[in-house]
Design a protein around this ligand. Structure first.
Ligand code: ATP
Ligand code: MG
Length: 361
């Protein structure tokens, strides 16, 4: 069986370092590993509209931002198909048929959707499109016959829902769709990177992000204002590293060799943590170190972005070509789906013959 990737992001803002450690960095590694037959990266504008219906301009403006972030992180249109969801109408058609295979109560149990509904204060006025986006996500994944979905932990329920739909579809209509596997970050800190305010998840909707395209000064300010241990008041106080966002970010980003470069008094992160726990290590010193670590990771991305920003029409051309390729792939799957469901009336010569027989003499 072919090894195929499908993943993507909503164009609701620029991408942040949570996206980077949760999914983006891994995608680039997988792309360059040469182990995959096909890599599909989707800008999920139709999904973004499910909770931004009154603000299409926001979605429209952010498509280019996400594409620039992708390519500056190393996604290469020669190796990966970068495309825009709304340009593939076959995805809507698939979703429409999958809707018959999922119950309302099953959707209501989805923990990520539950949290997002609360966060957006939808209460009883939940848009139907938003409520059903896990089904639409199942279309995105299955349209490409994806075997692997590299995403953050919040996407687990979506991939699970997709697997259920595939299972149901195949058992009702015959073996047609492929069950995908989720590929989560192996580093615990990257599963769900917290925001700079210490809140559970860095998220565009919560305004607690460090963006990949932030300049050095902005990042420094954000790091200096970051949530640490509220009980660590004096330098001499013992401090906590669990739930301390600065240390979580170091867990996510820091490489052992960076100590020699930026903080040679310590051999590794464990030694730094031990000192913090004992007391006698100030937040500012740890934050300065984090700043150097992040700068090292983000500066090359920023530079590549500046280059890419010089030719915006080229980026749109990449997305247009990618969308054409993606559409061909999705159309192939849709045709297999319709054959399996026997809604292929005009291609089915057997059907026409059988119906003619019925009305003969
Ligand atoms: P929105 O608030 O509009 O939903 P978001 O910041 O949650 O935006 P998405 O576009 O929903 O971002 O997520 C895209 C991908 O990035 C998904 O694979 C998701 O799991 C991953 N991701 C998003 N935020 C984080 C995070 N804080 N830590 C790890 N992975 C993340
Ligand atoms: Mg999200």
């Amino acid at each position: 069986m072919k090894k195929i990737i499908l993943t993507g992001d909503r164009p609701t803002g620029k991408l942040h370092v949570g996206h980077y450690v949760g999914s983006l960095k891994r995608r680039v590694e997988l792309q360059n590993s040469g182990e995959f037959d096909q890599i599909n990266i989707m800008i999920a504008d139709a999904q973004a509209l499910t909770d931004n219906a009154d603000n299409p301009e926001k979605v429209r403006q952010n498509i280019i931002e996400v594409a620039l972030d992708y390519m500056s992180c190393g996604l290469d249109p020669e190796k990966s198909t970068l495309f825009i969801q709304s340009q593939i109408p076959e995805l809507c058609e698939l979703a429409f048929y999958y809707m018959n295979l999922v119950t309302v109560s099953r959707l209501q149990r989805n923990p990520t959707v539950k949290t997002e509904i609360k966060m957006r204060n939808f209460e009883t006025s939940i848009p139907v499109g938003f409520f059903t986006y896990p089904i639409s996500q199942a279309s995105d994944i299955t349209a490409f016959k994806a075997t692997t979905v590299p995403v953050g932990e919040d996407q687990m329920p979506m991939v699970e829902q997709t697997r259920e739909i595939v299972h149901k579809f195949n058992s009702v209509y015959g073996e047609t769709l492929v069950e995908p596997e989720i590929l989560l970050p192996t580093n615990q800190a990257c599963l769900r990177l917290p925001g700079t305010d210490g809140k559970a998840k860095m998220s565009k909707s919560l305004g607690n992000c460090i963006y990949l395209s932030d300049d050095s000064d902005t990042i420094k300010k954000k790091i200096m204002g970051m949530y640490t241990d509220p009980d660590h008041i004096k330098v001499s106080d013992p401090g906590k590293v669990e739930g301390n966002t600065v240390f979580t970010y170091l867990d996510a980003f820091c490489k052992p060799e960076q100590f020699e470069r930026y903080l040679p008094d310590y051999a590794n992160l464990d030694e730094l943590k031990d000192h913090y726990k004992r007391g006698g290590l100030g937040d500012v010193k740890v934050k300065r170190f984090l700043n150097s670590v992040l700068e090292e990771e983000l500066e090359p991305i920023r530079q590549r972005r500046k280059e890419l920003e010089k030719d915006i029409p080229y980026i749109y051309e990449v997305l247009k070509k990618g969308s054409e390729t993606a559409r061909e792939r999705a159309a192939q799957t849709l045709s297999e789906v319709k054959n399996a469901m026997k809604i292929n009336y005009f291609d089915d010569t057997e059907l026409i013959k059988a119906q003619s027989e019925k009305y003969k003499g």
